[in-house]
Design a protein around this ligand. Structure first.
Ligand SMILES: Nc1ncnc2c1ncn2[C@@H]1O[C@H](COP(=O)(O)OP(=O)(O)OP(=O)(O)O)[C@@H](O)[C@H]1O
Ligand SMILES: [Mg+2]
Length: 282
């Protein structure tokens, strides 16, 4: 490509990247429903007319592609290795969502060499130009490697269950983000509740502690009940918003999706999202 064309394409990429909204889904404790939220929320956002990509950023234990019955030939580990471009590993899901499969067993992002990390981030930047919303499935935990994507996002959705261990770990995530001077919005989604009262109690307790001890506002991101239909959909490798669009879990996510569709960007967009990730790591 002639140099001028390349420069103007880069300028366009950077310009478009500024308008992309990023939503990171994370949790302290594992197994609380992050990947299900990511996939199903992405489908709803796409159905609302957005160009959506979902990135499995859990570089140690990737599992988003297991939730959908699609063939994955290559993943982020191949991008890191330099054998594939991002475009070669992206899977077009049948519901208008682009899936970037994660890299099971890959060294943690923070442990990649500078060259590998730069290579990966440079490839991921291209996603921002092609999408309105990027939903990121972060791994569980509070390590620098898992929260790096969350720290650079517009919105972080912390998923918890009403169990005290999950709530304590969710608080730890909020604390680390606060210490990292997180500029976006944090919401709490309480999953696997018995009813809305339990969800409300869990949210209020955690939001109150975060406000008092960290000075951080945590928004109410809603809840999802414990629902056997979610488990059945997981076993069938089908998104529950499609198999059961009227179930409570689907309706909860629909209301969250509509909030993300309105509202502008929350963080400084002079740099694109993946550039902010790079800065956070340096
Ligand atoms: N609302 C729900 N009702 C019933 N079961 C649920 C619900 N949400 C999640 N599950 C169950 O919990 C399991 C774990 O969900 P998921 O894989 O989305 O969690 P995760 O947070 O991504 O886990 P990991 O930390 O291992 O990546 C699912 O396989 C499903 O069986
Ligand atoms: Mg997961």
């Amino acid at each position: 490509m002639p140099r001028d064309d390349q420069a103007s394409r880069l300028r366009r990429l950077i310009q478009e990247a500024r308008d992309t909204r990023t939503i990171a889904i994370c949790s302290g404790k594992g197994g609380v429903g992050k990947s299900n939220v990511c996939l199903n929320l992405s489908i709803l956002l796409s159905a609302a007319g957005n160009r959506v990509a979902v990135v499995d950023a859990d570089l140690g234990l990737a599992n988003l592609d297991v939730l959908v019955d699609v063939g994955v030939v290559a993943n982020l580990s191949h991008v890191v290795a330099g054998t594939h471009k991002l475009i070669d590993v992206v899977v077009d899901l049948p519901w208008g969502v682009q899936l970037v499969p994660g890299a099971s067993g890959l060294a943690k992002m923070a442990q990649l060499s500078e060259f590998q990390r730069a290579q990966l981030l440079a490839e991921l930047v291209t996603l921002e130009a092609d999408n309105d919303i990027i939903v990121i499935d972060c791994g569980a935990g509070i390590g620098a490697d898992t929260l790096q994507f969350a720290a650079a996002a517009d919105n972080v959705v912390v998923v918890t269950t009403p169990e005290p261990t999950a709530i304590t770990d969710a608080y730890a995530v909020i604390k680390v983000l606060t210490q990292r001077d997180f500029k976006g919005q944090i919401s709490l989604l309480v999953n696997m509740v018995t009813d809305r009262h339990e969800a409300r109690r869990t949210y209020e307790r955690l939001a109150d502690v975060a406000r008092r001890f960290l000075g951080t506002t945590v928004l109410n991101g809603g809840y999802m009940p414990e629902d056997p239909k979610v488990k059945i959909a997981v076993r069938e490798r089908k998104p529950f918003v499609l198999t059961n669009p009227q179930c409570a879990a689907s309706r909860c996510l629909a209301s969250m999706a509509s909030k993300f569709c309105s509202g502008g960007s929350l963080v400084d967009k002079r740099e694109g999202f993946f550039r902010r990730v790079a800065n956070w790591l340096s």
